[in-house]
Design a binder for this molecule. Sequence first.
Ligand code: CDP
Length: 224
Amino acid sequence: MPSLTIPVVTIDGPTASGKGTVASLVAQALGFAFLDSGALYRLTALSAINDGIDLQDEAALALLATGLDVQFIGEKILLSGQEVGDQIRAEAVGVAASKIAALPAVRAALVGLQHGFLKAPGLVADGRDMGSVIFPEARLKVFLTASVEARAERRYKQLIGKGFPANMTALLRDLQERDARDTNRQAAPLKPAEGAHLLDTSLMTIDAAVAQVLAWYREAASQN
Ligand code: CDP
């Protein structure tokens, strides 16, 4: 467990809840580092697909995750030196990521990499188990949700914006299946961490969600 004298803000929640956008804006506002933990699962999934590894072969996937050659340079994500930032956002990679994320050995293999993102003056970590498993001593924990319809619409816009094909009916189905898989798995299931603030963003702008998280952070920081 890394030292948590460095403040951490965890933002967890279901797929397409807007947590990635909110978390990166909160990190910018606070001048903190940012961990997109979902990207690590997506990178492992992409690597497995590229190498033809069976998505149920836990030992091979864990080995792959342990040896992941990944660099985050600004907005860029490099896998073995190749820019894959857009490629990992494909829906098929997200679905594969959620399958391999259910495997305990894969999760364990990615813990060290995630802890490595912690550095002064602070970290905002986005994922499913940031507050419950990876940074349980975080100064502020947020659980961000939105209705399934609002999330499907956001994901649709995100995919179209990146030039990927998207179909609303298929997206809704994917989203519900992914929620079920993330919530019902044994290893680090998706649920609010103890002490997490709940934020439903269905009817909220991104700016309002960011402002709420910053207000909670100021309150938490003043109590330390
Ligand atoms: O963008 P979206 O919210 O759909 O997904 P993501 O945050 O990029 O994560 C992709 C998948 O990785 C999720 O469906 C989860 O199954 C898994 N994941 C996880 O298990 N634990 C995390 N801390 C982050 C992601």
